[in-house]
Design a protein around this ligand. Structure first.
Ligand code: HEC
Length: 186
């Protein structure tokens, strides 16, 4: 996950044009196409509508992460039930930790680091036939997308194919999902 919010003013200027950019983009290494149309979709009010299944502070990234699953994905509660059903959506939210004056993350009584501003929302959706455009980087039937907290698409330097390439490493036995409600796969 070396991809961080791409905030240069040049990119921001082009963001409103993205939906009209229909030419497929080509990845430098394998010729895999990055799907030009977002078939994942912004998940409005995910925090109140979806079940929260994971919350952690990742010190190496200095971020608080929270994972939410929609009702279809929430039907999978044991690893034996994998793969996820069609319509499964998993939301991976990144937030800055709240910090005290010395820069130390604020923790509650249980040692949980408190969430500050949300910086980015990664989403994966599973549907029949999804992921084919990722070519050799395909991670099952999932497609991936990233959003700003207000729901605008976030343009990523290497497109969604980079998400698939890494999630492929979670393996088919985990349906290409690293953790969510299960212990993290390393
Ligand atoms: C370099 C590897 C890597 C890349 C690139 C990557 N991810 Fe992930 N992703 C992970 C790992 C590892 C986790 C588990 C993190 C945890 O729970 O601590 C994860 C978790 C997730 C989850 C929660 C479900 C799960 O697998 O546990 C979603 C949703 C997700 N990523 C979406 C995306 C999207 C969208 C992109 C591209 C914008 C992306 N990821 C790029 C490695 C990656």
């Amino acid at each position: 996950m070396l991809l961080y919010p791409f905030r240069s003013s040049r990119v921001l200027r082009f963001l409103p044009l993205l939906p009209t950019m229909v030419l497929p983009l080509f990845a430098a290494d394998g010729g895999a196409t990055v799907q030009p149309v977002d078939r994942v979709g912004w998940q409005a009010d995910y925090a109140s509508r979806f079940e929260q299944v994971r919350h952690a502070f990742l010190p190496a990234r200095d971020k608080v992460i929270t994972v939410f699953v929609n009702p279809a994905a929430a039907t999978v509660t044991t690893l034996e039930q994998l793969p996820y059903p069609a319509g499964a959506v998993i939301v991976f939210e990144w937030a800055d930790p709240q910090k005290d004056a010395t820069g130390k993350p604020h923790q509650d009584a249980d040692g949980k680091v408190l969430k500050g501003p949300i910086t980015r929302i990664d989403v994966m959706r599973r549907e029949p036939g999804y992921g084919a455009d990722y070519g050799k980087d395909r991670a099952g039937e999932w497609e991936f997308a990233s959003y700003f907290p207000d729901g605008r698409s976030m343009a990523l330097p290497d497109g969604a194919v980079a998400c698939a390439r890494c999630h492929k490493g979670a393996g088919s036995e985990r349906d290409f999902v690293f953790a969510s409600r299960f212990p993290k796969k390393n």
